[in-house]
Design a protein around this ligand. Structure first.
Ligand code: SF4
Length: 360
C-alpha cells in the first residue's frame, strides 16, 4: 500500500490510522501532524523518533505538496495578484490565485476540481470540461504549497478557482474539516468561503453539516430564467425560484449574510430592470451582500468589459433598491487570474488532442 497523504486527514483520522500502522511512535502523532500541516515538514526523525518508528511513519504516510509549474503576477492598487499553476501527481494542472486584500493580507482562491462540467458561458474553466475531482489532500495541498513552497501569506480561502465546489462535495467538506481541526491547521470556518453556481442539492446538504461560521456565496449573474439558462446551464435544472427558496432557508447562524456574486456583462444583464429583479430575488433571504464583479473577457469573450461608469450606475441602482453592495476591484486580468479566467490553455489543448479523459 502506498503512503497516504497526511494532510488529507483530520487529526482523529490520522491518530486512528497511526495506531494501526505505526506500532512504535504513534504517541507522537500530534507532533508529526502539526509539523506537517503547520510547517509543511514531514520529518519524523527531527521529532526525536527512532529509526524504526520513523520508517514506519514514512511507510504509512507522506506529505506531497503540489509542484509549482509557474507563477504570473500583476501589480494593482492593493498589492500583487499572483496566479500559480500547480501540477498534480498524475500530471494534471490546477490553478490558485493569491489576491491582495490590503494591509498586507491575502485571500487564496483555490480549485476544487480539474476543469468543471457546469458549462457557464462566461468562464474559461468551463471550456476544459471536467477532468476529475480533486482529492482532499490536493485541495488542502494548495494552501500548503502556497504557504511553504511559494512563501505566500494566506489569511482567508475562497473555493472559487477551477471547478464547482459543491460538485465535489465530499472532498471539499472533508478538506474544511481538515482546515478547521484545532490540532492541525486550526483555521476557523469564518476564514473560508464556498462559492457555488447554485447547486441546490449541495446547499441543502451544507445546511445539515453544522458549519455555523462558514461563508457561502452564490453566483447569480442573471435575473430571468431564459438568460440564466443560457449563461449558466445549472439553471435549466434548478431555476431561479428553486435557488431562491434554498437560499432563503439557508441560515446557519443568526447574523449570516449570503454573498451574492453578480458578474456584470454589458448588454446581457446590466439593465435597471435587472437591478430591480436582483432586489426581488433577495427579498425572502434574510441578509445579503451583493458583490458586483465587472466581466473579464477571456479568450472567447461573450461581450466587452463594462466601463467604470456602467459599473457605478448599476451599483447605484442596486443601492436605490436598498441592497448592500460591494464593488469588486478587478485584479489579475492581465495574467488571466481574474474571476472567470481560470482555464489552463495547455490542458485544453491536451484534452482536444484526446490525451485526457473528460468526466460526464
Ligand atoms: S464559473 Fe465556476 S461553476 Fe461555472 S464553469 Fe466556471 S468554474 Fe465551473
Amino acid at each position: 500500500m502506498s503512503p497516504r497523504p497526511i494532510h488529507g486527514l483530520t487529526f482523529a483520522e490520522l491518530q486512528r490510522e497511526a495506531r494501526a500502522l505505526v506500532p512504535r511512535g504513534h504517541g507522537r502523532a500530534s507532533a508529526v501532524y502539526q509539523a506537517a500541516v503547520r510547517e509543511g515538514r514531514f520529518e519524523p526523525e527531527a521529532l526525536g523518533l527512532g529509526a524504526e518508528a520513523s520508517e514506519a511513519w514514512r511507510a504509512a504516510f507522506d506529505l506531497r505538496l503540489l509542484d509549482v509549474v509557474r507563477v504570473t503576477e500583476e501589480e494593482g492598487e492593493l498589492g500583487t495578484t499572483a496566479k500559480a499553476i500547480l501540477r498534480t501527481d498524475d500530471g494534471l494542472e490546477i490553478e490558485c490565485v493569491r489576491i491582495p486584500m490590503g494591509r498586507g493580507r491575502h485571500t487564496l482562491c483555490i480549485s476544487s476540481q480539474v476543469g468543471c462540467k457546469m458549462g457557464c458561458a462566461f468562464c474559461e474553466t468551463a471550456r476544459l470540461g471536467l477532468l476529475r475531482h480533486l482529492r482532499t489532500d490536493e485541495i488542502v495541498g494548495q494552501v500548503l504549497t502556497a504557504r511553504h513552497t511559494l512563501g505566500w501569506e494566506v489569511r482567508n480561502v475562497v473555493l472559487m478557482g477551477m471547478g464547482e465546489a459543491l460538485d465535489n462535495y465530499d472532498h471539499v467538506v472533508h478538506a474544511l474539516r481538515v482546515f478547521n481541526d484545532p490540532v492541525g491547521f486550526a483555521m476557523g470556518q469564518e476564514r473560508f468561503t464556498i462559492c457555488t453556481v447554485g447547486r441546490v442539492d449541495g446547499i441543502e446538504r451544507l445546511a445539515r453539516e453544522g458549519f455555523k461560521r462558514l461563508n457561502l456565496s452564490v453566483s447569480l449573474n442573471a435575473t430571468e430564467d431564459a438568460t440564466r439558462d443560457r449563461l449558466m446551464p445549472v439553471n435549466r435544472k434548478t431555476p431561479l425560484a428553486a435557488l431562491q427558496a434554498a437560499l432563503a432557508s439557508y441560515q446557519p447562524r443568526a447574523n449570516f449574510a449570503l454573498g451574492l456574486n453578480y458578474c456584470l456583462m454589458p448588454g446581457l444583464n446590466d439593465t435597471r430592470e435587472d437591478a430591480a429583479r436582483i432586489a426581488e430575488f433577495c427579498r425572502p433571504i434574510r441578509r445579503v451582500l451583493v458583490n458586483v464583479i465587472p466581466y473579464n473577457p477571456g479568450n472567447a469573450p461573450l461581450t466587452r468589459a463594462p466601463t467604470d461608469d456602467e459599473v457605478d450606475a448599476f451599483i447605484g441602482w442596486l443601492r436605490d433598491e436598498g441592497l448592500p453592495v460591494r464593488k469588486r476591484i478587478t485584479k489579475g486580468r492581465s495574467v488571466m487570474a481574474a474571476c472567470g479566467q481560470l482555464g489552463n490553455v495547455e490542458l485544453r489543448a491536451r484534452r482536444r488532442a484526446g490525451a485526457l479523459p473528460v468526466v460526464d
